[in-house]
Write a protein that binds this ligand. Structure first.
Ligand SMILES: Nc1ncnc2c1ncn2[C@@H]1O[C@H](COP(=O)(O)OP(=O)(O)OP(=O)(O)O)[C@@H](O)[C@H]1O
Ligand SMILES: [Mg+2]
Length: 332
């Protein structure tokens, strides 16, 4: 066996790669805005369900009481999210689509105790950079709505009641490599529905409806937390789980935990929220697993819906671009 000699550090005249060709140095340049957004979109927008998650987050932050999601072709051809929230004033509409523009935080201090779902000021810009998007919005004191076309920047009068509609068409049409990763329409639709259900579980006070190809596929009316659990997860989950409500130090944990017999082969009935935000946290899932350790055999997965309420200053939500991970300041 012949061993390759250790390579000497590159000198000016010896920037040779293994193949022997010279690799010219390229100038450092600032990237164009649209490419920056497309790169950000790579982290935040993986599939139609990611767009649904971001738009529903925004609707909830706007104080909506009814959110309607209309999809075509599993969300690949079209995603329309309509809310009856506070709306966006005409003069702020163009800002909503700008990168790093947000109404939700103003300072590091705000970030450290953030109470809204959004705070990065990036979602709409990212989505608009990989689709054909438009926003129509109307505030309470506006005479009518306005529509902003993200591609052309054109503003025009529109008709709608107070609230906001965001329409996203042809996701990834400008980034065909990304589009190739999408699965079948049925699979993408299932992910979109799951995304709505995750929000719906933590916000029983808000009504949700989802339409696909003009047909109503999910309708959740506002009501009590237990009614919402039953509407989303069905009678079986309620019958095979018990209520949990614990105060553990500075943290309140409430929700429902499934009986050992109700454990499933897949980890699909595991919902965990920190201050209303759906998270997938290793620390929490490990904690829950160890709680079931003595009563669950093999690879059976416990079922649970747990809401953790904790002082926002004790948890860092600025960990992952999609905000699905959090970090507890005192993880023990
Ligand atoms: N449905 C909506 N109703 C009212 N205002 C909205 C709505 N959607 C977006 N906005 C406004 O547009 C801004 C930009 O939205 P965007 O989702 O891009 O960023 P964000 O929610 O502030 O942060 P993040 O990137 O973390 O989602 C928001 O801060 C908000 O002011
Ligand atoms: Mg947002």
């Amino acid at each position: 066996m012949t061993q390759e000699p250790a390579r000497a550090p590159l000198s000016d005249d010896a920037q040779a790669s293994g193949a022997g060709e010279v690799r010219p140095r390229r100038t450092i340049r600032e990237l164009p805005d649209e490419l920056i957004s497309q790169i950000a979109a790579g982290e935040v927008v993986e599939r139609p369900a990611s767009v649904v998650r971001e738009l529903v987050d925004n609707a909830l932050d706007a104080g909506a009481s009814q959110i309607t999601v209309k999809l075509m072709a599993g969300g690949i051809r079209q995603i329309l999210v309509e809310d009856d929230g506070c709306g966006i004033p005409l003069e702020e509409l163009p800002l909503a689509l700008r990168r790093h523009a947000t109404s939700k935080i103003r300072s590091l201090e705000d970030l450290e105790s953030v109470g809204t779902m959004g705070f990065r000021g990036e979602a709409l810009a990212a989505i608009a950079s990989v689709s054909d998007a438009s926003i129509s919005s109307r505030t309470g004191d506006a005479a009518h709505a306005h529509r902003l076309d993200a591609r052309s920047g054109e503003l025009s009068p529109a008709a709608r009641s107070v609230g906001t509609s965001v329409e996203v068409r042809e996701l990834f049409f400008s980034t065909p490599a990304r589009r190739k990763f999408l699965k079948s329409e049925a699979t993408e639709l299932a992910h979109c529905l799951e995304s709505v259900r995750r929000h719906a579980l933590s916000r029983p006070d808000v009504g949700f409806s989802v339409w696909h190809e003009g047909k109503l596929v999910e309708q959740l009316r506002p009501g009590s937390a237990s009614q919402r659990l039953q509407d989303v997860l069905g009678d079986t989950f309620i019958e095979t789980s018990r209520e949990v409500d614990l105060q553990i130090g500075p943290m309140r944990v409430h929700g429902r935990a499934g009986l050992p017999d109700a454990a499933r082969s897949r980890a699909d009935w595991q919902y965990c929220y920190v201050n209303g935000r759906y998270v997938r946290d290793k620390l929490i899932s490990h904690g829950v697993r160890s709680a079931y350790e003595d009563v669950l055999h093999g690879s059976r997965q416990p079922t649970y819906v747990l809401f953790i309420e904790i002082d926002p200053e004790r948890v860092d939500v600025n960990v992952h671009p999609t905000k699905i991970e959090v970090r507890f300041r005192d993880s023990r």
